[in-house]
Ligand binder design. Structure first.
Ligand SMILES: CC(C)(COP(=O)(O)OP(=O)(O)OC[C@H]1O[C@@H](n2cnc3c(N)ncnc32)[C@H](O)[C@@H]1OP(=O)(O)O)[C@@H](O)C(=O)NCCC(=O)NCCS
Length: 157
């Protein structure tokens, strides 16, 4: 099933709604009944506002009936200067989320298409993402592949 979504770049003024959706995402993601947030929503709003204003982070939003119902974020990771090659950034894709009532109608794909189009036109070196198992087919359909060279050192244990 598809619905009409409008996808556009996010603006700093969207930060309030994007912070609310971030909280919804993390609460939906929580195993079992999520506890009350331990951190203020305003912290997320300021963080998102400042990142979108300063330009090292970009985001795209999907709207339906004038309301933001999904988003994806892109963090530009700088690369060192190189005497022979350009040093265009790598893009780290994160915080992909569509409200449960709007999932599986094409919004997530449309958001990633917009991000990918920007990545091409900005000459980014490539895109990386840590997908959930359930969302892996979505990224694969857009051309993401398992890395050939990347090594990861988890430090969370
Ligand atoms: C992942 C997500 C942003 C995709 O948006 P969407 O609008 O549902 O996606 P589309 O309709 O364009 O594409 C459907 C694909 O999304 C993925 N998807 C659908 N529901 C999902 C869910 N609840 N959780 C994770 N991925 C999901 C699947 O890969 C699906 O394709 P498939 O059924 O062939 O495997 C959205 O489903 C979501 O917010 N899921 C919960 C949060 C999440 O897992 N985010 C990704 C973290 S990397």
């Amino acid at each position: 099933m598809t619905t009409d979504f409008t996808v556009r770049p996010a603006r700093p003024a969207d930060a309030g709604r994007l912070a609310e959706l971030r909280w919804t995402f993390k609460q939906e993601d929580h195993e079992g009944r999520p506890p009350a947030p331990a951190r203020p929503l305003a912290e997320a709003e300021h963080w998102i506002h400042d990142r979108l204003r300063d330009g090292d982070w970009l985001a795209w939003v999907a709207e339906t009936e004038g309301e933001i119902c999904g988003h994806v974020f892109l963090c530009l990771v700088e690369r060192m200067p190189d005497p022979y090659e350009d040093n265009n950034p790598v893009g780290y894709v994160t915080n992909s989320f569509v409200l449960p009532s709007q999932q599986n109608k094409g919004a997530g794909s449309a958001l990633l298409q917009a991000l990918k189009q920007h990545a091409h036109s900005a000459g980014l070196e490539g895109l990386i993402v840590w997908p959930s198992e359930r969302s892996t087919p979505l990224y694969q359909r857009l051309g993401f592949q398992p890395p050939e060279e990347l090594l990861e050192l988890p430090l969370d244990t």
